[in-house]
Every structure is written in C-alpha cells, then in structure tokens.
Design a protein around this ligand. Structure first.
Ligand code: SAM
Length: 274
C-alpha cells in the first residue's frame, strides 16, 4: 500500500512514523509512505500556499491550486472520476474537523486501498473546492479542533498500518483488540454498508467491544494483585473472565458500543452476573 501525505510542514513527520510497527512495515515494504511539501507545487517567488478568505473574516485559507496540482500528480489518472478511483483502489482524503469521524471500521476500509492520499489543512482550513471536487471524503479524528491535519494523518497511518496483513507479528491480536468488528466491505473496499459487528475468534473476541484487561508479572505489585483466575491455568475460566471483563468495561466506559454489538445469551448472563 502507498500512502501520500500532503503538508506544508513535511518535517513534522520525522519521528511519528519512524517507530515500532509502522517503521517495521515500511522496512518490510508493506507500506510505502511519502511526504509531499505543498510549497513545491506553488509557482510564485514566495511559494505562497494560503490567501485571505473571500467575504472577509479572520485567518488565512489554503489555496486550491497547489493542492490540486500536488494530488493530481500522485494519482494514476488526474481525470479519473471518484468511481474510477474507487475501482483503482485509490482514495483522496481531506483531514478536517468537519469530516466523518475516524474509527476502527473506517481504518479497516482504508487499509484495503492500494493508494491513499491524505491532505493536511492548516490555518482557518482549506478552500472548500478541495473537499467538494478533489477529495473523496473528509475525515475528522475527533470532535475538537487541531491546528493542522498532520497529527490526524499520523493517527490514520498508524491505525491502518496495523491492519495490513503481516504488519503486526500476531495477526490474531488485531482481531481481538478494542472495537474490532470484522470489516464487511463492498466491492471497492470503501462501502458505507452498515457493518454488523460479530463476535471475534480470540479467547474473548473483542467483537466490537473494548479489549479485556491485560496483566503481566509481578502477580502482586504493591499489594495490587492480578485476578486469581488468570494464574490458575483454566483456559475456559480465563476465557469467560476476559469476556465478562470486556463486557463490563464497555458498559462502564462506552455504553454506546454495547448497543451496536450482537450479544450472545452467554454474554447477557455474564453482564448481569456480579
Ligand atoms: N476552521 C476550521 C473549523 O472550524 O472546522 C478549523 C481549521 S483547523 C484550525 C486547521 C486544519 O486542521 C484543518 O483544515 C484540518 O486539516 C485540521 N484539523 C483540525 N481539527 C481536525 C480534526 N479534528 N480532525 C482532522 N483534522 C483536523
């Protein structure tokens, strides 16, 4: 998979994408990440990327010309329609606080692409024509306003890289992590089809829930003890405990997720058991 990040601060990415799973995935050739300096696509002496907003108001807005030129230079065909791009497994995303909220399901969809272009906004934002005529979608990483799209781009690249087969040593572990619901994608890998979360296939299977609690040695740390059940080696009991803990934690921290998950009869019993 290729990821192209368009930014006015290319040095911003020295670091965040050079560690751990993302670094190993890059080195293994599973993902190729290229950073593009938007100023390289300007034509004036001052390498201007922004301008004042029509209609007045505070701040500056990123101009459309360099962004269109940069993104078009990265796509297989600059004249391709959105449908053709989807068929070619390419997508252009504008980072925006006003976009669709990024989540694990969307990460799973984007991880199916061959080429992803991420446009980072700055200042008051980006000329609206970038969102309406160039990008396939706008994505927000949460309901708050950041100074630029770079942190969001790094978040998206990290989350999708973990889902590329081979990136995480034990692939089963990504299937049992929080929120994992098993992507059911359309032909183009970008369907908005409603995904019904299913139960995972691990010891507790996230199945759209939060992950279960993890412990390691020492078994007693300053009097804080690891639950006895995890030390006994009874795998059926451990599995039940993990599932119940995941259900309880989800109910406590993210009750909204519970309503989207298909609970089994056993899950319902575990949830009501004290
Ligand atoms: N005026 C915009 C608004 O009120 O929605 C905010 C612009 S923000 C200061 C500058 C840039 O940061 C945006 O163009 C976008 O690329 C990025 N950005 C800000 N918040 C974001 C978020 N929650 N998710 C993704 N990108 C964000």
């Amino acid at each position: 998979m290729e990821v192209h990040i368009v930014t006015i601060f290319p040095d911003f990415f020295r670091g965040p994408l050079d560690y751990g799973i993302v670094r190993r995935a890059r080195e293994a050739g599973l993902v190729k990440i290229e950073i593009h300096d938007l100023r390289a696509f300007t034509r004036d002496r001052h390498r201007t990327v922004d301008d004042r907003p029509f209609g007045g108001g505070a701040g500056m807005v990123l101009k459309p010309e360099p962004i269109f030129e940069c993104v078009e230079s990265l796509l297989a065909s600059k004249a391709a329609s959105r449908e053709e791009r989807a068929r070619a497994k390419e997508s252009v995303v504008l980072l925006s606080a006003q976009g669709q909220r990024f989540d694990q399901k969307l990460a799973g969809e984007l991880a199916q692409l061959d080429r992803l272009v991420l446009i980072c906004g700055r200042y008051e934002g980006v000329d609206e024509r970038v969102g309406t005529h160039l990008a396939d979608r706008e994505i927000s990483i949460g309901d708050y306003v950041l100074s630029g799209g770079e942190l969001g781009a790094a978040v998206i690249v990290d989350a999708i890289t973990r889902l590329i087969p081979g990136a995480v040593g034990n692939e089963a572990s990504t299937r049992q992590e929080s929120f994992f619901a098993g992507p059911e994608l359309g032909d183009n890998g970008l369907s908005d089809k409603n995904v019904r979360p299913t139960q995972g296939d691990s010891t507790c299977g996230s199945g759209g829930l939060l992950d279960y609690p993890h412990y390691t040695r020492p078994a007693d740390f300053r009097g804080m003890k690891v639950p006895e059940v995890l030390l006994d080696g009874n795998h059926e009991e451990i599995k039940r405990w993990r599932r119940r803990s995941a259900l309880e934690k989800t109910k406590r921290n993210r009750p909204d997720l519970l309503s989207r998950v298909e609970l089994s009869e056993e899950d319902r019993k575990l949830l009501t058991k004290q």
